[in-house]
Design a protein around this ligand. Structure first.
Ligand SMILES: NC(=O)c1ccc[n+]([C@@H]2O[C@H](COP(=O)([O-])OP(=O)(O)OC[C@H]3O[C@@H](n4cnc5c(N)ncnc54)[C@H](O)[C@@H]3O)[C@@H](O)[C@H]2O)c1
Length: 250
């Protein structure tokens, strides 16, 4: 890798974990380009070091277009934090047409979206190497009723990480993934509110199964993503790191 830091692509940078990654990059004086369906909060865009490109990561043409647009505006792309994702249950036992559409969306965004981003960013990084971090989930390791499609997509993220790490190593590109446990974000809020739980009820209930006795905040995951983007992790590739307060220790 060259000495001058380049720009990091952050998908899903408008909310939750992705937004915390962008803020962490800002704190370190690093440049970020957000790719999201939603506009980020205005204060995030106020910085000269933050770009925004509207993009549906489930669409490979849109992803390649957005990366090309960013590439034309910056000196170099040397990082990808693939944080965009959708949650939600898609019950296997009651599959119908509308349910199938939901399964397709979960796989298209959470797995294929990460694949398109990785492919486009690896091409853009070919000149000088870089670091790619995919955001999976502990649900690739642990079963949960109604989450078959999500678990399958997140399991794919771990496999994608391992093979891409081997494929891209000789180009100086590292690939790792982070597996969050329960993190309080707009995504988890949508899930527990649909189950009729308040934030207090959800955090109390989830904390019971977490040895560190609390749910996570976006910064807990972002700090691990930032470590994997950084040179401090330069001898790591193909790794999956759980960030779950110890809830899924084997
Ligand atoms: N919150 C948790 O408890 C938790 C646990 C495990 C894994 N995760 C994973 O962490 C990642 C971030 O989740 P979060 O909790 O911060 O969610 P969030 O909903 O707060 O943020 C997700 C962001 O992704 C964007 N996005 C969604 N679909 C998109 C698409 N097709 N194209 C572009 N952008 C899109 C959204 O607009 C949003 O800004 C996801 O991959 C999620 O699966 C979250």
């Amino acid at each position: 890798m060259t000495a001058t830091p380049g720009t990091t692509i952050v998908s899903g940078g408008s909310s939750g974990i992705g937004k915390a990654v962008v803020e962490g990059l800002q704190d370190r004086g690093r440049s970020a380009a957000l790719l999201d369906l939603r506009m980020p909060p205005e204060d995030l865009l106020a910085s000269d070091h933050v770009l925004f490109a509207h993009c549906d990561i489930a669409d490979p043409v849109a992803v390649h277009g957005a990366i090309a647009q960013v590439r034309s505006q910056v000196a170099r792309i040397d990082g990808l934090a693939a944080c965009a994702g959708i949650g939600g249950a898609a019950a296997r036992q009651s599959i119908g047409i509308s349910q199938w559409d939901r399964v397709k969306a979960i796989v298209s965004v959470n797995l294929l979206g990460s694949y398109w981003l990785l492919e486009a960013c690896a091409t853009a990084m070919a000149e000088g190497g870089g670091s790619i971090v995919l955001v999976g989930s502990v649900l690739s390791r642990k079963g949960m009723a109604g989450m078959s499609a999500y678990s399958a997509a997140k399991g794919g993220i771990e496999g994608l990480t391992r093979s891409a790490a081997v494929e891209l190593a000789d180009r100086g590109i590292r690939v790792n993934c982070v597996l969050p446990g329960p993190i309080l974000t707009p995504m988890s809020r949508t899930g527990f509110e649909a189950d009729g739980l308040s934030v207090e009820q959800w955090t109390e209930r989830m904390a019971e199964s977490v040895p560190l006795n609390r749910v996570g905040v976006p910064q807990d995951v972002a700090s691990t993503v930032l470590f994997l983007l950084d040179g401090a992790s330069s001898y790591m590739t193909g790794a999956s790191l759980m960030v779950d307060g110890g809830a899924n220790v084997g």
